[in-house]
Ligand binder design. Structure first.
Ligand SMILES: Cc1cc2nc3c(=O)[nH]c(=O)nc-3n(C[C@H](O)[C@H](O)[C@H](O)COP(=O)(O)OP(=O)(O)OC[C@H]3O[C@@H](n4cnc5c(N)ncnc54)[C@H](O)[C@@H]3O)c2cc1C
Length: 445
């Protein structure tokens, strides 16, 4: 909580400095002359400046939100950051689109020039305005392509690739900010502040996206050790490396992996660790879902692996209660399987409800049976196996209440297909499990 507040305060302080600077500047000497109280054009120009500065600021925040920056990710979790970046992206677009409209309006009013004539003058005659306009157009295109129903039409890799011009857009707008923005050209302190913001973001991105994974690869020399069929359509990839004890990870966390082999190296995909943290290997258990995951059984031992992470805050570290309920659907078992050992070692009362369609889809069946001897209560629920002697159907509110009567006293960790998770979150709410005692991991960023 303290860390969260700290990050929020840092972000607000950054924006506060901008507002404080523009504010004090207005009452000292306005860069464009005149007094703000009496002059509508000046009010428009000031609003335009604020929109530009805040827009550029939230654009830099946007880069941090999607930059897998560890010190932020470890506070909020990557899935939350990914959702925050959708809303933040909207703020970027609104603010940066307001900027040219307000400024053009302000100047056209002040100089009595028609709006579009003024806009053309900016584009033709003002240094760096055209490149900034191209940058803004790129941002607008990225924004449109990110709207839910449009986004869903693209393959993930294509949609991800569409985001890369974001960096070009940022680069195109830099000249405009430093050469034309009067706040930056006229005040050295503010100019240094702006350099600092860009430098801060650049260093974080360079370190967390590029240098840290390379450093980890050099230090640990991660390689595929072996591949094992785990259940129907699920394959486990065992990865070994030097000094794995120094690769600090928590059960429940996930890695973003890139296998350096033909047909694999272009794509990095996230997978949860499916083994306890103290194991002397890393294990990813991967369900065949699409083209990349479909190729996993073809990986060969010895393949080098580049790893980003570990990421995620879906770990037993959040657990405060003595009783815990784990609910998994299908391949959503992976982070929960990794957590089970640690929770049992902590002497907690742990129940696992594990839903699958068929018995041959149950992942880690033997490992779970072994864990049940150490105290884990495991209930399998199968939906498409009419002759199964155990629990049949899907996990409804009624089933949860019957199978775990003390559910309201438990902390719940949930991971499964999106539809199942939605239904279970509603059921848990109806069963009086406080929201703060429910943690879930979505297998989507
Ligand atoms: C935090 C997290 C943990 C995960 N843990 C596991 C796990 O333990 N085992 C497992 O089998 N699966 C896991 N997944 C899901 C796994 O990442 C996807 O199934 C896989 O990336 C699909 O790739 P594909 O090309 O085979 O399928 P596609 O058909 O191309 O993609 C299917 C869906 O997977 C997602 N996806 C695809 N590529 C990526 C990518 N590069 N990065 C992020 N998401 C992508 C998209 O939502 C896409 O719609 C996890 C996902 C996340 C976000």
């Amino acid at each position: 909580m303290i860390k969260k507040t700290g990050v929020y305060l840092l972000a607000l302080a950054g924006a506060g400095i901008i507002l404080a600077f523009v504010g004090q500047n207005l009452f000292v000497v306005s860069p464009v002359g005149g007094t703000i109280a009496s002059d509508v054009s000046l009010q428009l120009l000031t609003a335009g400046r604020i929109a530009a500065l805040l827009g550029a600021y939230v654009l830099l925040l946007q880069l941090l939100l999607i930059g897998r920056v560890r010190w932020i990710e470890q506070v909020f979790g990557l899935d939350r950051l990914s959702r925050a970046h959708h809303y933040n992206g909207l703020a970027v677009l609104v603010l940066l689109m307001l900027h040219p409209v307000l400024v053009t309006f302000g100047y056209s009013l002040r100089d009595d020039v028609p709006f579009f004539e003024q806009e053309l003058d900016f584009l033709r005659n003002w240094e760096d305005v055209l490149s900034a306009a191209i940058g803004l157009s790129l941002l607008i295109i990225i924004g449109i392509l990110s709207i839910g129903f449009i986004r869903r039409r693209f393959r993930y890799e294509l949609w991800y690739g569409i985001h890369l011009p974001l960096y070009i857009a940022v680069a195109l707008a830099i000249g405009h900010q430093f050469e034309v923005g009067s706040d930056l050209t006229l005040n050295n302190y503010f100019r240094f502040y702006w350099y600092f913001l860009y430098g801060f973001v650049a260093v974080n991105l360079l370190w967390y996206r590029l240098l840290r994974p390379i450093l980890h690869a050099l230090r640990h020399d991660f390689r595929v050790d072996r591949i094992e069929a785990e259940a129907e359509d699920v394959t486990s990839v065992y990865i070994t490396g030097r000094n794995l004890a120094r690769f600090r990870r928590r059960p429940g966390q996930f890695l973003i992996v890139r296998f350096l082999a033909r047909g694999f190296w272009r794509e990095a995909h996230p997978f949860s660790l499916s083994c306890p943290a103290e194991a002397n290997y890393l294990r990813l258990s991967i369900k065949r879902l699409g083209d990349f995951t479909g190729k996993i059984p073809r990986l060969v031992p010895g393949t080098r692996v580049i790893i980003e992470g570990p990421n995620g805050v879906f770990t037993p570290g959040r657990c405060k209660r003595e009783k815990v309920l784990l609910i998994a659907g299908g391949i959503g078992i992976t982070p929960l399987r990794a957590m089970a050992d640690e929770l049992l070692q902590q002497d907690r009362d742990v129940t696992l409800l594990y839903g699958n369609r068929k018995q041959n889809g149950i992942v880690f069946e033997r490992e779970l049976a072994a864990l049940s001897e150490k105290g884990l209560r495991v209930v399998h629920i199968l939906s498409d196996e009419p002759d199964y002697p155990g629990e049949k159907g899907v996990l409804t509110q009624e089933a949860i209440a019957r199978l775990v009567p003390d559910v309201a006293d438990r902390e719940v960790f949930l991971c499964g297909p999106p539809k199942m998770m939605q239904g279970i979150l509603k059921s848990l709410h109806a069963l009086n499990v406080p929201r703060r005692h429910v943690y879930y991991e979505r297998f989507a960023l």
